[in-house]
Design a protein around this ligand. Structure first.
Ligand code: FES
Length: 66
């Protein structure tokens, strides 16, 4: 971990973009490996590579509240 702040940005009609050295964990506490400093987390529930976004939200017409 670094002192760099973690920034999470919710993209309209899309994923949560996580920038910085955040640890990702499964509900039972297992660490989720990440290979990039910026990752997109699925919030539509349709990705085939959960917890990461694979772009399926676009084809599915996923919409978020404004
Ligand atoms: S938010 Fe992109 S696939 Fe779910």
């Amino acid at each position: 971990m670094t002192d760099e702040p973690v920034v999470i940005t919710a993209y309209p009609d899309g994923p949560l973009l996580v920038r910085g050295a955040a640890e990702l964990r499964t509900p039972d506490g297992q660490e989720v490996a990440r290979t990039r400093r910026t990752v997109a987390l699925c919030r539509c529930g349709l990705s085939t590579i959960k917890p990461f976004c694979d772009g399926t939200h676009k084809a599915a017409g996923f919409r978020t509240d404004d």
